[in-house]
Design a protein around this ligand. Structure first.
Ligand code: C5P
Length: 229
């Protein structure tokens, strides 16, 4: 299974002036943990890291230090996540029938989750890992006034991995460009194009490291998982 890792963001919400994926958690850069999970997944056979050339020297060193045995390619990122994934899709080897897309910032995803998504995508056109939301969610207008309260039992928080048939996802991305759709995950392009996306049970610990608080939580989860350093 081919895996694309969007890793071309900035550290703005982290309050950092560099790519947040280069920040350390439990003595390793965030992206290193994501790569270790991919390396440990029996299903993943090829890894494409979508990233900005300014980070390539750092990423190459991280890849070398990890001594990964799977082929890893660096692919130039775009100015949005959507654009980055678009670039990644163009760089997939011609034999890639399905693809998993997993955010570099979700460094706590387990190899088991990657395996389950890889197995499931062979049986359906599109899927995402997701968990039921615990909070009551409000739809709020620009004045801070609540417009509605969607029924919680129908709400799921989208995670990655997200998996798709390559041909169909390329088609949906092209449609997104043509229509000017701006989305924050690939499933949204699939949905807008009228294709079904299946939910795979995600992991409560599979958080997207976005803020300094998330870094502390990630540190704690790794400590719980692997013990003291
Ligand atoms: O910014 P956010 O955390 O939502 O980004 C989700 C993932 O998409 C991150 O792993 C980030 O590196 C990646 N990204 C990207 N290209 C961008 C912006 C974000 O690959 N232009």
């Amino acid at each position: 299974m081919h895996l694309l890792i969007p890793a071309a963001g900035s550290g703005r919400r982290m309050g950092s002036n560099r790519n947040k994926l280069l920040l350390q958690v439990r003595s390793r850069p965030i992206i290193a943990w994501t790569l270790l999970a991919a390396q440990a997944s029996d299903e993943i056979s090829w890894i494409g890291i979508i990233s900005q050339p300014i980070d390539w020297q750092d990423f190459k060193k991280i890849i070398a230090d990890l001594q990964l045995t799977k082929p890893v390619e660096l692919i130039q990122g775009g100015s949005t996540r959507q654009e980055s994934v678009y670039n990644g899709l163009q760089s997939l080897p011609a034999n890639a029938k399905q693809v998993l897309i997993h955010d570099g910032a979700r460094c706590l995803a387990t190899p088991d989750l990657l395996n389950r998504c890889a197995e499931a995508i062979r049986q359906c056109p599109g899927l995402i890992a997701a968990v039921p939301v615990k909070d009551t969610i409000k739809v709020v207008d620009e004045n801070g006034i609540i417009q509605s309260t969607p029924e919680r039992s129908q709400l799921w928080a989208a995670q990655t991995p997200q998996g798709f048939g390559v041909k169909l996802l390329k088609q949906c991305h092209a449609e997104g460009v043509a229509q000017g759709w701006e989305v924050t995950d690939d499933a949204a392009l699939f949905e807008k194009s009228g294709y079904q996306v299946q939910i795979v049970q995600g992991e409560e610990t599979n958080l997207k490291v976005t803020t300094p608080q998330d870094l502390a939580i990630a540190e704690f989860i790794f400590k719980t998982r692997f013990g003291e350093e």
